[in-house]
Design a protein around this ligand. Structure first.
Ligand code: N01
Length: 541
C-alpha cells in the first residue's frame, strides 16, 4: 500500500491509496468511507468549496425537488438528528450549508484540494497504479481512482452564433457567480425551459424590468407547493429515521406508488386523483397511476390534465398553447417542479418567445435577434443544461490498459458494468455512472449505495491480497443490453432528452440511466459481490 508521502510542493502527497475526483455529495462520502477503511485519500475539486452541483447552481430559485427530509445522508444517525431543514423543498443555500456542515463535522477539508481540476488519469499497467494529473501540475499516483464527478456537472453552453459578441452579463445556471446577481431594473433574456430555467423564471421576473423567456421545447411543470416544514413532519422522520432510510434504500424516494392503471378507473376518479396530487405538489404527481411511464394512452391522460391546468393558469391563450408540451410523454423528460412558473407569464414584464415560431438568428451585442425581431437585453441567462452523465468524465483524458481512451471506448455511448466499472479500466470506479439508477432516484441514496459497494470491494481486494479488479467485457455487454432493454419497456426513450444525450450535437443516442429501480439494482450489486464479484476479473499483483 503506498504511503501518503512524500509530498509535492503543493503540500499534497504524490502517492495515495485512492484519488477521488469531485467534492460533491459523492466525493465527500467517498472520502469519509475511505478514511474509515484506513485508506489514504486525496480529493481534487475544481470549485473553491464542497457541495458539487449545489456549489455551482446558485441561480435564483434553485432548490431540490426531492423533499428535504429525504435529500440528505443517512450514514450518520447523529448527523440526521442534528441537522434541521427549514422548508419542504430545501433551497440551494441551505443545501450548500448542509454540505459545508458535513465537511466540517467529518473534518473532510484537510484531504480536499480545491480549485484544482483533474485533466487526465492514466493507468500505469506495470505499476498497477493510476497516475492522475491536474491543471495545477499535480501528478499523483493511486491504486484506486473514484470518479465522483456528478451526472449534471458539465454545463453546456450552446453554440449560438454571436454569443461572444454579447456586451452585457452572461451567466449559465450551472456555473452561477458566487455573489448574488442583481436583476433589479434589468432587461433579461433567459434561454432554456428545463428544471433550471423554470425555477429561475418567476424569481428573476419579480426583480427584472423585463424578462424574455426563450423556449424551444415546453416542459411539463407541476407545482411544488413548497412551504415551511412543520414539526409533525420533522418528528415523523426523525423519530424513526433508520427505518425510513432502510425503506428508501429499496424504493428510492418516498412517493405514493399507485397500484391501478390510469385507464382502469372511471374518468372522474382519475381526474380526482390527479387533482389531489396536483394540489399536494411535487413529483408525486407522476406516480398517480402505475402505467404513466409505461403506456402512451395512460400517459396522455396525465399530460392532458397538466395542459388543462396550463390553460387555466395562463391568461393569454396563445401563450398557454405555446407553453403546453405535445411532443413528448409526460415524465420522459425529467418532470419540472416549480412555484408560480405558469403564473409568471401573466405578469406584464414577462414575455414568452417561442423559438419554434421564431428561431434565434444570432446573439448581438445588445440582445438577441430572432427570425422576427431583435430583443434588447442587458443580461443573458443560459439555462441550457448539461452534457449529462458522461460529460464530466469525458472532459478528462482517461486512459486504461494499453492506452485505451475512455473517449474512444464511449464514442458510441457509455459502456460499463453496473454503472460502476468499465472494462479495460482496472480499479477505476464511477459513482452514479451511466447504467446505474443515478438521476432516476434520490441521488444521495444512489451515491451512498455506490460508495458503500466500492468500499466493500476495495476491502475485499485488500483482504484477499488482490491488486486489481476490472469489469469483464462479456458482463459489460450483458449489462448494457439489460439497461437498454429495461429502458425500451418504458416511454423514456421517446423524448429527445438529456437522458439519451439528445441535447448535445453529435452525442450518441443511448438511454443512459438504469430504469430498473434502486431496490432491484442494489440486490444485483449485492449478489455480484456475494458471488465473489461475478462479472469482474480480480488479479493478484
Ligand atoms: O437543463 P435541461 P436544466 N437554443 O437540459 C434549452 C436537474 N435539475 O439545467 O428541450 C434554445 O433540462 C433546451 O431546449 P430543448 C434535473 O434533473 C434539477 O434545466 O433542447 N434552447 C431546454 O429547454 C434536470 O432535468 C433541479 O429544446 C436551448 C433547456 O435549454 C437537469 O438538472 C433543478 C438551446 C435545457 O434544459 C437539467 O436541467 C435544476 C439552444 N441552443 C436542474 N440549448 C431540481 O432539483 C438548450 N436549450 C428541481
Amino acid at each position: 500500500m503506498p504511503e501518503a508521502s512524500p509530498e509535492q510542493p503543493s503540500g499534497h502527497a504524490v502517492a495515495v491509496d485512492v484519488v477521488i475526483v469531485g467534492a460533491g455529495f459523492a466525493g465527500m462520502y467517498a472520502l469519509h468511507r475511505m478514511r474509515q477503511a484506513g485508506l489514504s485519500s486525496l480529493v481534487f475539486e475544481a470549485g473553491t468549496g464542497v457541495g458539487g452541483v449545489w456549489y455551482w447552481n446558485r441561480y435564483p430559485g434553485a432548490r431540490c425537488d426531492v423533499e428535504s427530509m429525504q435529500y440528505s445522508y443517512s450514514f450518520s444517525e447523529e448527523l440526521q438528528q442534528d441537522w434541521d431543514w427549514s422548508e419542504r423543498f430545501a433551497p440551494q443555500p441551505e443545501i450548500l450549508d448542509y454540505a459545508n456542515h458535513v465537511a466540517d463535522r467529518f473534518d473532510l477539508r484537510r484531504d480536499i484540494r480545491f480549485e484544482t481540476r483533474v485533466t487526465a488519469a492514466t493507468f500505469d499497467e506495470a505499476a498497477g497504479q493510476w497516475v492522475v494529473e491536474t491543471d495545477r501540475g499535480d501528478r499523483v499516483r493511486a491504486r484506486f481512482c473514484i470518479m465522483a464527478t456528478g451526472c449534471l456537472s458539465a454545463a453546456r453552453v450552446p453554440d449560438l452564433p454571436g454569443l461572444r459578441d454579447f456586451a452585457g452579463d452572461c451567466f449559465h445556471t450551472g456555473a452561477w457567480p458566487q455573489q448574488p446577481v442583481d436583476f433589479t431594473g434589468r432587461r433579461v433574456a433567459l434561454i432554456g425551459t428545463g428544471s433550471s430555467g423554470i425555477q429561475a423564471t418567476p424569481v428573476i421576473a419579480s426583480d427584472a424590468a423585463q424578462l424574455y423567456v426563450f423556449q424551444r421545447t415546453p416542459n411539463f411543470v407541476v407545482p411544488a407547493r413548497n412551504g415551511k416544514l412543520d414539526a409533525d413532519t420533522i418528528r415523523y422522520w426523525k423519530d424513526d429515521y433508520p427505518a425510513h432510510r432502510a425503506r428508501a434504500r429499496e424504493i428510492g424516494t418516498f412517493y405514493e406508488f399507485a397500484t391501478s392503471g390510469a385507464l382502469d378507473v372511471p374518468d372522474e376518479e382519475r381526474e380526482r386523483e390527479y387533482e389531489r396530487r396536483w394540489q399536494e405538489g411535487g413529483v408525486n404527481f407522476v406516480h398517480a397511476f402505475k402505467d404513466i411511464y409505461l403506456d402512451q394512452a395512460a400517459n396522455d391522460t396525465a399530460a392532458e390534465f397538466v395542459r388543462a391546468r396550463i390553460r387555466e393558469l395562463v391568461h393569454d391563450p396563445d401563450t398557454a398553447a405555446a407553453l403546453s408540451p405535445t411532443d413528448h410523454p409526460l415524465g420522459s423528460k425529467r418532470i419540472c417542479v416549480a412555484s408560480d412558473y405558469y403564473e409568471a407569464f401573466n405578469r406584464p414584464n414577462v414575455t414568452l418567445v417561442n423559438l419554434r415560431r421564431e428561431p434565434i438568428d444570432a446573439i448581438v451585442s445588445g440582445g438577441i435577434r430572432t427570425s422576427e425581431r431583435e430583443y434588447a437585453v442587458d443580461t443573458l441567462v443560459l439555462a441550457t443544461g448539461y452534457d449529462a452523465m458522461t460529460g464530466a468524465l469525458l472532459a478528462m483524458d482517461i486512459r486504461g490498459r494499453a492506452g485505451l481512451s475512455l473517449r474512444d471506448k464511449w464514442a458510441g455511448g457509455p459502456r460499463n458494468y453496473l454503472g460502476l466499472m468499465v472494462a479495460g479500466f482496472p480499479n477505476l470506479f464511477t459513482v452514479t455512472g451511466p447504467g446505474s439508477p443515478s438521476v432516476l432516484v434520490n441521488m444521495v441514496i444512489g451515491i451512498e449505495q455506490h460508495v458503500d459497494w466500492i468500499t466493500d470491494c476495495i476491502r475485499h481486494l485488500d483482504q484477499s491480497g488482490a491488486a486489481t479488479i476490472e469489469a469483464d467485457e462479456a458482463a459489460e455487454d450483458r449489462w448494457v443490453d439489460h439497461v437498454n432493454a429495461e429502458a425500451d419497456l418504458t416511454l423514456f426513450p421517446r423524448a429527445a432528452s438529456w437522458y439519451v444525450g439528445a441535447n448535445i450535437p453529435g452525442k450518441a443516442r443511448v438511454f443512459m440511466p438504469y430504469v430498473g429501480g434502486i431496490g432491484r439494482y442494489r440486490k444485483k450489486c449485492d449478489e455480484v459481490a456475494a458471488n465473489g464479484y461475478e462479472g469482474f476479473r480480480i488479479a493478484a499483483a
